[in-house]
Design a protein around this ligand. Structure first.
Ligand code: GAR
Length: 187
């Protein structure tokens, strides 16, 4: 199997990145992580790129035309697929146009509910019964692209934000690889 050269974009802890790196080392997993892009100097996740000898590039997404630097690097590493794993910046049209249906994102809620930030506090305030995560294609609308898959759990009455986050991330580590397999099975 020829694995697709993939770039993972991160801004934080990188637990999803770590999990994807480990999946991608399996022979029959469809992607190879060939590049990590991060936009936060304090993103611990970059340590996983270092540990596994994956090229990594810091991009300051607050500067004008930062996409040009992103695109140059994607080209340099022959990237054909992008996974957003806790990347806290809205992806611009310029990137979407260059990678149509080739960018996927993981979001810590059951979309279309709770798009955007602070999902867990809003779920608690809303007295939600269910939580979970969604993997979806990225388009122009925030957290609005076609859904690839979701995983659900039932919220306990004593679940606080940090417990919800833990439970959600545990599910994310199953959801993201499954979604990637699904994407490439359908191509
Ligand atoms: C994940 O829970 C992901 O769903 C969320 O950030 C976390 C990153 O964790 N993404 C968003 O909120 C995007 N809107 P990680 O850095 O440990 O993978």
């Amino acid at each position: 199997m020829v694995k697709k050269n993939t770039c993972v974009f991160i801004s934080g802890q990188g637990t999803n990145l770590k999990n994807l790196i480990s999946c991608s080392r399996e022979n029959n997993f469809p992607i190879k992580i060939s590049l990590v892009i991060y936009n936060n100097r304090k993103a611990n996740g970059v340590l996983y790129a270092k540990k596994f000898n994956i090229p990594y590039v810091f991009i300051n997404t607050n500067i004008k035309n930062y996409e040009n630097k992103v695109l140059l690097n994607l080209k340099k590493y022959n990237i054909s697929f992008i996974c957003l794993a806790g990347f806290m910046k809205i992806i611009s049209n310029k990137l979407i146009k260059n990678y149509p249906n080739k960018i996927i994102n993981i979001h810590p809620s059951l979309l279309p509910k709770f798009k955007g930030l602070n999902t867990f506090s809003r779920m608690i305030a809303n007295n939600e019964k269910k939580a979970g995560c969604t993997v979806h294609y990225v388009n122009k609308k925030l957290d609005g692209g076609n859904r690839i898959l979701q995983k659900i759990f039932f919220i306990n009455s004593n679940d606080n934000e940090s417990i919800l986050k833990k439970k959600t991330q545990k599910l994310e580590h199953r959801a993201f690889p499954e979604a990637i397999i699904k994407v490439f099975r359908n191509i």
